[in-house]
Design a protein around this ligand. Structure first.
Ligand code: GLV
Ligand code: MN
Ligand code: MN
Length: 408
């Protein structure tokens, strides 16, 4: 163990400063990919990366990559990172803590040590998937999505990823970083669940991460006058959507834990009080710990939706927007996280992650590990997300020690 420790003051200052970017009047943070707030946050973070003695570039998927200065191109590398995009009205810490904790850990290492391997931070684009789909940046980075597939993705307004990137002034970007020399990837994150707080543990050592899928279901009926069209003659798309939503909930409940499924977004068209909606679009987020169980959930949801369509004379289109496989973390990296936690005299617990993370895509190309810190009352994807300052410092110090072990 070293006696090198992160600077708590610097860590908290950067968390506080980044939280001001995209902050809404209700206290929530909204930084959707390539929005004005996202661009401002990217500039802020790029400057911090430079202050931590790293070069900064943006790859062709919009990921920010920072790398130790003065290291030869092919030098073996230990990477860490997370994301700075948020859900609408999200919290201060989801993603941002992992990025700022990693920058602080690397900055401290660069100030005090000369590790034999290069250190790298990756700030992945579009982790939350609110605008284009989950984990676009990390799936592109790891080759799980081809560049052409990334560029063709569309948001609700039919703007493509490529056009959004151009509009945000990210063009002629460097070709993708060749990730072949990344020897390990470690991600620091808040737990986003109640277990660590409940069991009074300081550090969560993640063993595996759930798989998650995002289905877009489009229901097509017929627009009509809300006053003159008899109830029996209607083809109301939103009524069809409502039946599907109840079905999705029932399917997940019947499947049992750890299956979960959520409809968190609903749109009705044309969207006027006195018009029968002729079209509706919903999104289903579904998760499970094994790929076959995920596929089974997806099949059940799709066939139930088709059944609703047949029964109600509606046209149903089910489109898979993304599917991210469950992932196991590397035993050798998790052992180093455990050793670091022990050396720092921090209690720890091995656990699963029910939230998705860029880490699960990085697991396809390198050894990965994930460090959790407690979330107060388990709240996340909400403005009330909170972790005590000391717990945030502890997590960043565990990351620092783990990086040093991996990099030497
Ligand atoms: C990522 O934030 C997720 O939805 O799990
Ligand atoms: Mn996150
Ligand atoms: Mn999140």
């Amino acid at each position: 163990m070293t006696t090198t420790r992160i600077s708590p003051a610097r860590l908290h200052k950067t968390i506080n400063e980044l939280s001001k970017i995209g902050q809404q009047s209700n206290g929530g943070i909204t930084r959707l990919t390539f929005s004005k707030a996202d661009i401002e946050a990217r500039e802020y973070v790029a400057n911090l990366i430079r202050d931590a003695r790293m070069s900064v570039s943006t790859d062709k998927f919009g990921n920010i990559v920072g790398r130790s200065l003065d290291v030869a191109k092919g030098t073996p590398t230990i990477a860490c990172g997370s994301h700075i995009d948020t859900v609408p009205d999200g919290g201060v810490l989801d993603g941002a803590y992992g990025v700022l904790g990693a920058i602080e850990a690397i900055r401290t290492i660069h100030e005090n040590h000369r590790p034999t391997k290069a250190l790298e931070i990756i700030v992945f684009a579009e982790e939350e998937g609110v605008r284009f789909g989950a984990f676009v940046g990390s799936r592109g980075f790891t080759g799980l999505l081809k560049p052409s597939a990334v560029y063709a993705m569309r948001d609700r307004e039919q703007v493509t990823f490529q056009d959004a990137m151009h509009q945000a002034n990210f063009s002629n970007l460097e070709s993708s970083r060749q990730p072949s020399n990344i020897r390990a990837y470690v991600e620091l994150h808040i737990e986003q669940g109640p277990i660590l707080e409940h069991e009074r543990k300081s550090i969560g050592i993640v063993e595996s991460i759930v798989g998650l899928g995002d289905l877009e279901i489009e229901i097509e009926g017929k627009n009509g006058h809300a006053g003159t069209t008899p109830m029996r003659l209607r083809r109301d798309a939103l009524v069809g959507a409502a039946k599907i939503i109840l079905g999705v909930n029932r399917i997940a409940l019947k499947t049992g834990m750890p299956a979960v499924a959520t409809v968190g977004s609903v749109a009705a068209f044309p969207g006027a009080p006195n018009v029968i909606p002729g079209r509706a679009v919903i999104n289903v987020d579904y998760r499970h710990t094994t790929l076959p169980k995920m596929k089974l959930l997806e099949t059940k949801i799709a066939s139930f939706s088709k059944q609703v369509g047949n029964d109600s004379n509606l046209k149903i289109r089910v489109r898979r927007k993304s599917l991210t496989r469950p992932a196991k973390m590397s035993a050798s990296v998790t052992r180093l996280i455990e050793a670091s936690s022990r050396e720092l005299k921090l209690s720890f617990k091995y656990m699963q992650s029910g939230a998705g993370h860029d880490c699960q895509n990085m697991a396809h190309i390198t050894k990965t590990g994930m460090i959790f810190v407690p979330s107060h009352e388990g709240v996340s994807h909400a403005s009330t997300e909170y972790t005590k300052p000391k717990q945030l410092e502890d997590g960043a110090n565990v990351l620092l020690e783990t990086l040093l072990k991996l990099a030497n």
